[in-house]
Design a protein around this ligand. Sequence first.
Ligand code: 3LM
Length: 416
Amino acid sequence: MANNDKIQLSFASRAIHLGYDSSTHEGSLNPPIYMTSTFAFDTVNQGADRFSGEDPGHFYSRISNPTQEILEKKLAGLEEGEAALATASGMGAISATLWTLVKPGDQILVDETLYGCTFSFMVHGLQKFGVEICFADFTDPDAIASNLDGKTTVVYFETPVNPNMRVVDIAAVSAIVKGYSDDIMIIVDNTYCTPALQRPLTLGADIVVHSATKYLGGHGDLIAGAVVSTATIVEQIRLYGVKDMTGAVISPMSAFLILRGVKTLALRMERHCQNAQILAEMLVCHPAVEKVFFPGLATDPWHLIASKQMDSFGGMLALELKKGFAGGVQMLNNLKLAKIAVSLGDAETLVQHPASMTHSTYSLEERQRHGITEGLVRISVGLEDIDDILWDFQQALATLVPEATSVPLGYTGKDS
Ligand code: 3LM
């Protein structure tokens, strides 16, 4: 949008218009996909100036590309950061960021539970190169304060946490860390929320990372990631983390698909949140269910913190069944509408078993130490009609408690 600085647009409108001016692209309502690896220079001098940074134009798509640039402007604005870098995957964003920021001898202080591949990148990757990884329970301020030391350069966490749905108070962690040292970089993985629900940079974080594969893309048809921060930090990560270290470059086609997905982000998140809330309220009353982990439930231990820092409670939930792991397997195998699949944030409701799938990068002993139980089932609540989602889970759970009524207390669907 040409003049987006002149009026204060809402999030939904900015998600549609920000970062793109159709008048500079032949009036094309949608951004062009610049499928090119290289860019021709008018003169040798112009080429040299592009390489030195004196001329800000593009020169090679491992560094920047016009379609990618439109996406980056949009994501930076939505996260309320100065700049963004779109990458080939969420792991590309995370690894490029950390390779840029740490050196041997540094310590990264990390929440005790992380997405499986982030955990294995830290423990099996960075640690091998002399970076110390220190785990602490970030829901406990004392645990953070007592583990910060002179070697700490980065503090890293997700919230809500994949897969156990703990919620970390971003403002509280930022106050503790910045009170200790302004130089420590606070990185928040905002994949579960997206900026539609939570903007960590406004709560004291320095860097936001994303798996754009998930809600940002929203349709399960691409793998991508993003980093948002100050212009200086983003350029360091672009020119060192991506250009020199990982090469985790986003395809212009994926950038275009995310731009298309983000247009409906606000609308989709609203429906994901509504569906998850209703499903959680049904599940928590179901006789086959032991425990539901969802911050939108008033009984959830993280409800107050989530209410403070999230605009709504998200579309992800987790549960334990009374019959434990075997019960979880039975429920998953009996679902007729929801798909058994990893990933999240798609239109389809996706269910998976973290211990054997997304978090199988932890050993059994590590899962026990890091708060990932063997019976945990994760649900990414999709955009289907809520009555159909409720029906599906009720019929699958009925196989576990055939003696119970098929419509448990708490059911709030249309035909109750
Ligand atoms: C998953 N997660 O099913 P990509 N940060 C978070 C994530 O959840 C993920 C990434 C980063 C899942 C992927 S598991 C084989 C499938 C909070 C990914 C990494 O590199 O774009 O996959 O993002 O939980």
